[in-house]
Design a protein around this ligand. Structure first.
Ligand code: GLN
Length: 508
């Protein structure tokens, strides 16, 4: 590989790590190459809310210095990364895509951010997201939408559209994401990138601005299965500051991604997550991928998870309930936006809160706060929240039964390829349906991955395959993902993202 800017941004994190370890490039060069790429293309993509060029280069120089001094370093040391703006970062704004937190600079790092810093990955900046992680398109960001690098008139998925677009447009080899109902996996699917939602409790939630605490899980975004595993390993592990953190070692995800061995593995197709409602090209690529898995030595079985059909309904009671409670802290008193109500000389605290929340929250956030407050109100609690929790148990039981016959489950990640900006913005139900296949995993706490399965014939846009595994078996996602990725890359003659349009070409 020659040492040019273009080559460095095209390299995977694993390749960059090798180049850095061999002394063929410096972290400053790698980091600068990605910052240059951002200068060249992010006006079109709008993945970043905040670019931290100076501090990233300073971190890179420090890693280069430590490497030159012969210090033992993490494998990914010196490989730059972008961070979703839902994670707190000392000295860097954290807005959560909301006007409510505009200008807020947190006094502490999220545990995942601290782990990334400890491993020596320079942080390039903070990337865009739907406000408070509510949405499937990034159009609910108060700072304007991010665009899909495959087609700038289309959405990059959500809520983590900044994370998917930043890796898919080669502005960063790695990004962090969070997945409450699909916000890592669906963006990965529609941008031709890879993303994992780890087992609930496998990655610390400390320092993530909470959406729905019983569903939220941070995870890795990248362009290859191995890179995703490498970042998963950095982010994962026990954290005493998160009461639901699992006290066990991170599953052996890197080893699984490197071995890619699925001989004799039983792969279950979830009947309820295929067929009707899925775009033809999405289903066609899914079916082809199944054949490749068989060729690689796996056995395909069909499983039924009848209660998955209630997953979306249960999710849209549980999520708003928890969100309305979590977002109550944005009260204009302790931090965040404060807007005095107009026309009132001596407003009460309550009037200031009302005016600030009205100005600070967007429509989708307000919709969910209202829904959640209603679902939790006395008299309705049992009928709505209580019933949804029972459905959640039934969905977990469906998973348990399915995993008696299959080692992992598969489905298309999302029902369609990327839709056009604006197309679903006024139709919340249509927007919610994008997560029909990803939500069951969050309700049950099991891990899931999305990786590219090809381009749909109708529109030439990427589509993803989802893999789901039993809790704490995250490594199985990587065995299957790496085996499929190897077969598909072979078939394509190179990575799928090589076929995305060149954003620096005129008129792109
Ligand atoms: N799109 C889903 C929602 O709007 C998922 C969000 C997420 O995973 N953060 O709730």
């Amino acid at each position: 590989m020659t040492n040019t800017t273009t080559d460095l941004t095209r390299a995977t994190a694993a390749q960059l790590a090798d180049l850095l370890a061999a002394g063929q490039v410096s972290s400053v060069e790698v980091t600068q190459a990605h910052l240059d790429r951002t200068t060249a293309v992010d006006e079109q993509v709008h993945a970043y809310l905040h670019v931290a060029g100076q501090s990233a280069l300073a971190e890179a120089a420090e890693i280069d210095r430590r490497r030159a001094a012969g210090e033992p370093l993490h494998r990914l040391a010196g490989v730059p990364i972008a961070v979703k703006d839902v994670m707190t970062t000392v000295g860097m704004p954290t807005t959560c895509g909301s006007k409510m937190l505009e200008g807020w600079i947190p006094p502490y790092d999220a545990t995942v951010v601290a782990q990334i810093k400890a491993a020596g990955l320079p942080i390039l900046g903070k990337v865009n997201m739907d406000e408070f992680a509510m949405g499937s398109s990034t159009e609910h960001s108060a700072y304007g939408p991010t665009r899909n690098p495959w087609d700038l008139e289309r959405i990059p998925g959500g809520s983590g559209g900044g994370s998917s677009a930043v890796v898919a447009s080669f502005q960063a080899p790695l990004a962090t994401g969070t997945d409450t109902g699909g916000s890592i996996r669906q963006p990965a699917a529609v941008t031709g990138s890879v993303g994992t939602k780890p087992t609930y409790g496998g990655v610390s939630r400390y320092g993530l601005v909470a959406l729905a605490s019983s569903l939220d899980q941070a995870g890795p975004c990248a362009r290859t299965v191995l890179d995703t595993a490498l970042l998963h390993e950095v982010m994962g592990g026990h954290d005493p500051r998160d009461s639901t953190s699992i006290d066990a070692p991170v599953p052996a995800v890197v080893e699984a991604a490197q071995r890619a061995d699925i001989k004799g593995m039983k792969i279950g197709i979830v009947k309820e997550l295929t067929g009707e409602g899925y775009q033809a090209g999405v289903s066609a690529r899914f079916e082809e991928s199944l054949q490749l898995l068989v060729d690689a030595g796996a056995e395909i079985v069909e499983v039924s998870c009848p209660n998955f059909r209630y997953a979306l309904a249960a999710y849209y009671l549980i999520l708003p309930s928890e969100a309305s409670s979590n977002l109550a802290k944005f009260d204009a008193m302790r931090y965040g936006l404060r807007v005095p109500p107009t026309g009132i000389d001596h407003p009460s605290a309550e009037q200031v809160m009302a005016a600030s929340r009205d100005a600070g929250f967007g429509d989708e956030v307000k919709r969910r706060i209202i829904l959640g407050t209603y679902a939790l109100s006395s008299g309705y609690y049992d009928a709505y929240y209580g019933t949804a929790q029972k459905v959640r148990r039934l969905i977990a039981n469906d998973f348990d039964r399915a995993f008696e016959t299959a080692d992992v489950l598969v489905s298309p990640t999302a029902p369609t390829t990327a839709f056009r900006l604006g197309e679903q913005l006024d139709d919340p139900m249509a927007m919610y349906l994008n997560d029909v296949a990803t939500i069951p995993a969050n309700l049950a706490g099991v891990p899931g991955m999305s990786l590219p399965s090809g381009l749909a014939d109708e529109d030439g846009l990427p589509t993803g395959l989802q893999i789901l595994a039993p809790a704490m078996q995250d490594q199985s996602l990587y065995s299957v993902g790496a085996a499929l990725e190897a077969a598909l890359t072979d078939r394509w003659g190179g990575p799928l993202l090589d076929r995305a349009p060149d954003l620096t070409a005129k008129g792109a």
